[in-house]
Design a protein around this ligand. Structure first.
Ligand SMILES: C[S@@+](CC[C@H](N)C(=O)[O-])C[C@H]1O[C@@H](n2cnc3c(N)ncnc32)[C@H](O)[C@@H]1O
Length: 230
């Protein structure tokens, strides 16, 4: 931590990154739809883990968590319903092939609706709209699985956006917070500015003004602690 290529260590709840990546090596694949800013994972593991700790990402997409953790000397296992690379294990985030209480930290950047077409796998949660209550019952199953694999007194963080579509606003981050606090103690609620999203174009800014709606400018980063076994 702290060499010239390292990201800034965040001390406030507002995290704003101009690019997906830092340094001179890729962390994940910056063209993967919905890729996580590598800075987010770097900051979380500085705060909530130490070298040698085991980090799990149950929905690891293009592998950003794996790349950041390996570089920072954390052990890491990444799962996805459709693995993007060979070092990602195929699994459903609701049924991870892991023993109870083994993870030192869990990071998850899940779908927040059916807005991004990740794949056609029947168990891809990103094929369910957040306007459908099933979306939240499936996120609750992921929550229960994270609670099962995390060691007591350890932390998890979940990055998620909201949806406003055809005048229907769904406060996905708030609803997820309500689910998470059934299983974990809340530690903090951070805001990650969205950059380079597909709606950051002239036509979308024009529509947002003309039809009187807001483009999404940030995502929620919810940090929780496992106090005890259920
Ligand atoms: C926002 S992306 C993750 C991005 C990733 N953190 C990165 O930096 O590339 C969400 C991922 O969740 C995966 N996913 C959806 N449903 C899943 C499920 N039931 N189990 C595991 N992964 C799932 C999708 O395939 C997609 O790769």
């Amino acid at each position: 931590m702290g060499n010239s290529k390292s990201p800034k260590f965040e001390t406030t709840t507002l995290w704003d990154y101009p690019t997906q990546n830092y340094g001179d090596k890729p962390h994940g694949y910056n063209k993967y739809s919905g890729v996580t800013p590598a800075f987010v994972i770097w900051n979380l593991i500085q705060r909530y883990t130490k070298e040698g700790d085991l980090v799990i990402d149950p929905m690891c997409g293009s592998g950003t968590t794996i790349d950041v953790c390996v570089e920072e000397k954390r052990k890491v296992i990444g799962f996805d319903i459709v693995p993007f690379r060979n070092d990602i294990i195929q699994a459903d985030a609701r049924h991870l092939p892991l023993k109870n209480d083994i993870a030192d930290f869990v990071f998850v950047d899940s779908p927040y609706s059916d807005n991004i077409k990740y794949n056609n796998h029947p168990n891809n949660i990103g094929n369910i709209s957040c306007e459908n209550p099933t979306f939240f019952s499936e996120l609750e199953k992921v929550t229960q699985e994270i609670q099962r694999i995390l060691k007591p007194q350890k932390y998890m963080a979940w990055l998620i956006g909201d949806q406003s579509k055809r005048k229907v606003f769904t406060p996905v981050g708030y609803r997820l917070y309500e689910i998470l606090t059934k299983y974990f103690m809340p530690i903090d609620w951070l805001c990650v500015v969205r950059r380079n999203q597909s709606s950051n174009t002239g036509i979308w800014h024009y529509r947002a003004k003309k039809y009187n709606f807001f483009l999404r400018g940030f995502k929620h980063l919810l940090v929780m602690k496992k106090i005890k076994k259920l």
